[in-house]
Design a binder for this molecule. Structure first.
Ligand SMILES: Cc1cc2nc3c(=O)[nH]c(=O)nc-3n(C[C@H](O)[C@H](O)[C@H](O)COP(=O)(O)O)c2cc1C
Length: 387
């Protein structure tokens, strides 16, 4: 485990570095990244969505297939392989978690597969994870970690889970103004609301714990979004956070599972290139304004005007989302196939891909460096010599 003066994070009795690498789909955080992070004593997270893209044999089996059940099965096989490979790399160090988005139609099967394949934690966001305790039933050793954005959402989840005699093992608090991917603010105009600022949310959640008779230490709180310096981490831990979660800085590491072009697009994006827009999942999202996104946004209002519900509108046949703006004709949501666009980004197709990214600058600028150097900087403030 790397050295640091920062206090450790405890999860299910394991002593960990207080850094969590957030789940990043499609395929950006798979076994290579999550395993490398865990190996150094921190929390590495595999994003469970559509992992077959990393397995040529499974891609071949799914080619020209539009049978949802068959495609889902291939993705469960891929998830099992990725978890086993990450645990192998971690060699008993750190923690290997699996991220499951509640908005994904197969979320229940993905949680069950993650638990059965040996994931040490399940992290669930993009919707309220009210049913997570039941889905993970029979696996009491697996830590359950919701992702939420404000004290109100945390209160709802706590009340529901306490009736089931279960508490979250930690809670990730993701700030919609800074995070990459889908954002936890229901409407675009809420993204900058000060109610999401970390100091206020931490204070309100500690008060909520007190009112509900929960000790502070029982549920570690993990802020996420825009955390890009050692100083920010130190300050958040001083406010009572138990760890922090980062996405974008890990997406551009050497070990990140995405194509080098993916890392280049994220690392070289200027502040004015990073935009928020409505995703097909009905949530705002943040990404880099690459050619596909710029073109889509130019046509967005026309496409939304033409929205109509039809199962054949699901381009991949995967029917990945419970509710999809394109397939279900929801005019106020996005009108594109998110699975195809994210898969194109993972492959490094700069022209066609959708490249999720957080809003803030990166610790090492445009440099692509190993996970070890990133963790050393986050834990101690020491930067490598960058050419
Ligand atoms: C490329 C990318 C993909 C992401 N995919 C997911 C995902 O599948 N599920 C999820 O819960 N969060 C996802 N996120 C959010 C991250 O896990 C993380 O919480 C967030 O990006 C933190 O903000 P930061 O990027 O400023 O560090 C994604 C973020 C990025 C940059």
């Amino acid at each position: 485990m790397l050295e640091t003066d920062l206090p450790p994070l405890y999860l299910k009795g394991r002593r960990l570095l207080p850094i969590v690498q957030g789940g990043m789909g499609v395929g950006v955080s798979a076994h290579r990244l999550a395993g490398a992070v865990a190996r150094l004593g921190a929390v590495g997270t595999i994003a469970s969505i559509d992992l077959r893209h990393h397995h040529p044999d499974l891609v071949a089996q799914g080619k020209h297939c539009r049978d949802k059940a068959a495609l889902d099965k291939l993705n469960l096989v891929a998830l099992e392989r990725e978890i086993k490979a990450a645990l192998d790399t971690a060699r008993g160090e750190g923690l290997v978690a699996v991220n499951v988005m509640k908005a994904v139609a197969e979320h229940a099967a993905l949680v069950r597969q993650a638990c059965a394949s040996g994931a040490q934690a399940v992290v669930m966001g993009a919707g309220l994870p009210l049913d997570l305790p039941e889905l993970a039933e029979g696996f009491p050793e697996v830590a359950l970690i919701p992702i939420l954005s404000d004290a109100r959402g945390i209160g709802i989840v706590l009340k529901k889970w306490m009736r089931k005699k279960r508490l979250p093992d930690a809670i990730v608090i993701e700030h919609p103004r800074y995070a990459g991917g889908h954002l936890g603010a229901p409407r675009p105009e809420d993204i900058n609301d000060p109610r999401f600022d970390f100091p206020g949310v931490l204070e309100s959640v500690f008060q909520l714990f007190k009112d509900m008779g929960i000790e502070r230490e029982q549920i570690p709180l993990i802020p996420a979004g825009g955390i890009n310096t050692y100083e920010k981490i130190r300050d958040l831990l001083a406010l009572g956070a138990a760890a922090v979660q980062l996405g974008t800085p890990f997406a551009v590491t050497e070990e990140s599972d995405a194509h080098p072009n993916f890392k280049k697009v994220l690392a070289e994006a200027r502040p004015e290139d990073i935009v928020t827009f409505m995703s097909v999942a009905g949530l705002p999202a943040r990404a880099v304004l690459t050619p596909w996104l710029a073109n889509y946004l130019r046509r967005e209002s026309k496409l939304q005007g033409d929205a109509k519900s039809h199962p054949e509108r699901c381009a991949s046949g995967l029917h990945c989302l419970t509710q999809c703006g394109l397939r279900d004709g929801i005019a106020k949501a996005g009108q594109f196939c998110i699975d195809s666009q994210l898969a194109a980004a993972l492959r490094g197709d700069i022209g066609k891909g959708l490249f999720f990214r957080g809003s803030e600058s990166l610790p090492f600028g445009a440099a692509i460096r190993p996970v070890r150097e990133l963790l050393e900087y986050l834990l101690n403030g020491s930067k490598p010599a960058l050419s």
